[in-house]
Design a binder for this molecule. Sequence first.
Ligand SMILES: Cc1cc2nc3c(=O)[nH]c(=O)nc-3n(C[C@H](O)[C@H](O)[C@H](O)COP(=O)(O)OP(=O)(O)OC[C@H]3O[C@@H](n4cnc5c(N)ncnc54)[C@H](O)[C@@H]3O)c2cc1C
Length: 195
Amino acid sequence: MASASTTITSSFLSTPSSLTEKPSSFNQTLSLGFKPRHSISVSASAAPSPPPSYDLNAFKFAPIKESIVAREMTRRYMTDMVTHADTDVVIVGAGSAGLSCAYELSKNPNVKIAIIEQSVSPGGGAWLGGQLFSAMVVRKPAHHFLDELEIEYDEQDDYVVITHAALFTSTIMSKLLARPNVRLFNAVAAEDCEE
Ligand SMILES: Cc1cc2nc3c(=O)[nH]c(=O)nc-3n(C[C@H](O)[C@H](O)[C@H](O)COP(=O)(O)OP(=O)(O)OC[C@H]3O[C@@H](n4cnc5c(N)ncnc54)[C@H](O)[C@@H]3O)c2cc1C
C-alpha cells in the first residue's frame, strides 16, 4: 500500500510557485464582492479532533431569502464566465483524461484553465474501474501520479490497484477544483460550429 502517513498538505507544498500566489485576474474576481476562500490546513498525522456535538433538537437553519441565494449563485457564475471568456486553455470533457490534463497544466498558477463538461456530473466513465466493476487497475509507471495525488493502492508486479475508481476521480477532482486558476463549467456542452 502507498504510505498513508504523508500529510494532506504536502501535495500543495510540492506544487511549483505556491498556489497561494493569486494571478491578477483573480484579484479582479475578489474585487467584485467575493470574500477570499478560507484556507484549510489539514494534517493526517495530527490526532483527530472529536466531532462537534450538535443538539439536533435545537438545530435550526438561519433564515435566508431566495433572492440572496439567487444573487450569490448568479454573480459568482457570471463572474467566472466573464473572467474565463479570456482563458489560456479550454479542456472539453471532465473525464479522467480531461481532469488529469487540467491537473498537470494548472500546476502553473499563471495558466488559466476552463473545463467544459456537458454532464451535470463531472468525472466521465472513471467512477467505475472497468467492465462495471469497482477496482481500478493502473499500469506502472502511472502509479507515480497516484503517489502525487496521495491515493492509496495495492501494489502488484507491473501494476497497482485502487480499491474503487471513485477514489481516484473524487480525489483528483477535489484537488483540481481547489486551485484558483481552474474553473469547471458543467452542464455546458462544446459544439462544433461551421460558418
Ligand atoms: C462498461 C465500461 C467498461 C470500461 N472498462 C475500461 C477498462 O477496463 N479500462 C479502461 O481503460 N477503460 C475502460 N472503460 C472506459 C473508461 O470509461 C475510459 O477509460 C475513461 O473513462 C476514459 O476517460 P476519458 O476522459 O478519455 O473519457 P470519458 O471518461 O468518457 O470522459 C469524457 C467526458 O467528456 C464529456 N464530453 C463529451 N463530449 C463533450 C462535449 N461536446 N462538450 C462537453 N463535454 C463533453 C463527457 O460527458 C465525459 O464526461 C470502460 C467504460 C465502460 C463504459
